[in-house]
Design a protein around this ligand. Structure first.
Ligand code: T46
Length: 145
């Protein structure tokens, strides 16, 4: 189920995956170009063993779309669209957050057991990263002009 979450200043999308479960455990199946994953998946990576107090990200992407899921544990994702900021906690293996292109992101407060899985719409490309916040602001201003 796709949920468009609107806070006072920010709109983002979370996706709740169907859990196939029984007494013997739970299973989530993700397929590309589906309600759960609304793009072609060209890459999967995961982040784990992030030490206490460490923060990652600090960039936006020009074109990449991603779906982030905390497979275990929890972490916070800061989203910044150039105008407003919002923090989302990921703490359920059946809930993903969709990160559209041109959103500045920072990931922090990882629990020791956190495994953050990311499904990505493109292959890894350093050229797609915008790591300078001022450059990011220029990019979104241009997009919204
Ligand atoms: C993002 C957030 C959520 C690769 O070689 N291939 C890959 O596909 C990725 C994602 C990374 N790398 C290398 C590049 C760096 O040497 O792995 C190293 C760590 O990557 P980075 O510092 O970009 O990691 P994060 O956690 O800051 O950001 C990552 C993704 O790069 C980024 O696209 O949106 O997770």
């Amino acid at each position: 189920m796709t949920n468009s979450i609107k806070t006072q200043s920010y709109t983002y999308t979370t996706i709740e995956f169907k859990v196939h479960g029984g007494r013997d455990g739970a299973l989530v199946a993700l397929e590309e170009e589906s309600e759960q994953v609304p793009f072609n998946v060209k890459r999967v990576y995961y982040i784990f063993k992030v030490g206490e107090g460490l923060r990652r990200g600090f960039h936006a992407h020009k074109n990449l779309k991603q779906l982030l899921v905390a497979l275990s544990g929890h972490c916070n994702i800061l989203l910044d669209n150039g105008k407003f900021r919002e923090t989302v906690t990921l703490n359920q293996p059946n809930i993903g957050i969709l990160l559209e292109k041109q959103v500045w992101r920072e990931m922090y407060d990882f629990s020791e057991d956190c495994v953050l899985m990311v499904l990505a719409s493109e292959h890894y490309s350093p050229k797609d990263y915008v790591k300078d916040y001022k450059e990011f602001k220029k990019m979104v201003l241009k997009k919204n002009a």
